[in-house]
Design a protein around this ligand. Structure first.
Ligand code: DOR
Ligand code: ZN
Ligand code: ZN
Length: 425
């Protein structure tokens, strides 16, 4: 099977090249990148006016499978992923049951293989049942192929236990993906701690809830030498902390989600739980610091924290609804519209933050467009404009604060291991 992606502009973060070329794919691998290739291909994708980029890699997705299949399944998340241009997604372990042993890891990996769309990599929980009391069997899960450990959804509040987990992560050469939230400081908060939110009668979550744990985790990374990755950074001081840590040579990387680099608490239209997520929407100063941090490459990764919930669960108002919004099918366009088009990022940086850096952090042989490498690719049209309609999502989740928003940038095709797994229209 020969696939030819014609007339696109190839973006390769591997050597920072951006060039017009055809990409020929055979047997799941990139065979040749060159202008005007004359071959009899079995399938042709016209990439005129499009970028041909390394398939996006989302380091932060909630699959809800096993246990909460009314919210999402491995299948619907995989469909949403390829619709959004993702060729690899990394699943967080806060499912039911929690992913704290190899059986659950194997369940997710096998199901994803049966679905056969995107690569799905399941992370392992740090503590048994995410209860924060004793370590889960990390070695067992490493043997089953977890790319990282994480307690996402929660923080490991016991620093000594966390340090032991980090020491194991060093031994097995995997990163720790950290959800930074001091559990004792949350106190029923649901939105950012600011005056407007107080006026609306919503309890606040201060920046320090995140910052104290980010600082602690960076110190633990310094202590253990672990590769620490800070999930969903939302505060200006988290950017400063990451910058300082990097200057000191501590192995830290950090991610930002689209909602945190676009929206503030002022955008919350009232009692609409599609604007409720954890960490919460912050202030203009935080948003500006996150964007500048992305621009300056202090912040390495754009991830979604794709967190689907049902309409019913999200329909009960801010106070009672669960935290989380979906993101797989909107992040590329939002990044193009809000960061690339507005001059914060180059298209190369977008490819780095959505593919190359995640691959590096996770130790995957992906994130580049080079001959001989696996053909995980996305064909992305940066100038196609449209309005976000949640009804068009492949995800079961419709919970997005971006419904009705006009964006620019459309995924035209997604290729996984040389197979066209999504094509527009
Ligand atoms: O908004 C969030 N939703 N933040 C988290 O940390 C967890 C996630 C979820 O699982 O719903
Ligand atoms: Zn989290
Ligand atoms: Zn999460």
């Amino acid at each position: 099977m020969l696939l030819l992606i014609q007339n696109g502009t190839v973006i390769n973060p591997g050597d920072h090249t951006e060039e017009k070329a055809d990409v020929l794919v055979e047997d799941g691998k990139i065979k040749k990148i060159a202008l005007q290739q004359k071959v009899k291909a079995d399938r042709i994708i016209n990439a005129e006016d499009c970028y041909v980029m390394p398939g996006f890699i989302d380091m932060h997705v909630h699959l809800r499978d096993p246990g909460q299949e009314d919210k999402e399944t491995v299948e619907t998340a995989s469909l949403a992923a390829v619709h959004g241009g993702f060729t690899t997604i990394v699943a967080m372990p806060n499912t039911k049951p929690v992913v704290d042993n190899s059986d659950v890891v194997n369940y997710v990996h096998n199901k994803a293989k049966d679905v056969g769309l995107a690569h799905v990599l399941q992370t392992g929980a740090i503590t048994r049942g995410q209860r924060g009391e004793e370590l889960s069997n990390i070695e067992d899960m490493v043997e089953a192929g977890i790319p990282a450990i994480s307690e996402d959804g929660k923080t490991v509040m016991n620093a000594q236990l966390y340090r032991e987990a980090m020491t194991l992560a060093v031994k097995y050469d995997i990163p720790v993906l950290a959800h930074c939230e001091d559990a004792n400081m949350v106190k029923g908060g649901i939105v950012n701690a600011d005056k407007d939110m107080e006026k609306m009668g919503f309890a606040g979550i201060s920046n320090s809830v995140e910052d104290v744990i980010a600082a602690r985790d960076i110190m633990l990374a310094k202590d253990t030498g672990v590769a620490l990755h800070l999930c969903h950074c939302s505060t200006k001081d988290s950017v400063r902390l990451v910058q300082l840590a990097k200057q000191e040579g501590i192995r830290v990387t950090a991610e930002v989600c689209p909602h945190h680099f676009i929206l503030t608490s002022e955008d919350i239209p009232g009692n609409d739980a599609n604007f409720k997520m954890n960490p919460p929407l912050r202030t203009k100063k935080d948003v500006e610091a996150l964007k500048e941090g992305l621009k300056a490459d202090i912040m390495d990764v754009i991830a979604t924290d794709h967190a689907p919930h049902t309409l019913i669960e999200k329909g009960v108002g801010m106070k009672k609804a669960p935290f989380g919004i979906v993101g797989l099918e909107t992040v590329a366009a939002l990044t193009m519209t809000e960061l690339v088009d507005k001059g914060y990022l180059t298209i190369m940086q977008m490819a780095e933050k959505m593919s190359y850096h995640p691959a590096k952090i996770l130790g995957l042989d992906k994130g580049v467009v080079e001959e001989g490498k696996p053909a995980d690719l996305v064909v992305f049209n940066p100038s196609k404009e449209y309005v976000i309609h949640p009804e068009e999502f492949y995800s079961k989740g419709r919970n997005t604060p971006f419904a009705g928003r006009k964006v620019k940038g459309m995924v035209m095709a997604t290729v996984v291991d040389g197979r066209v797994v999504y094509e527009k229209g």
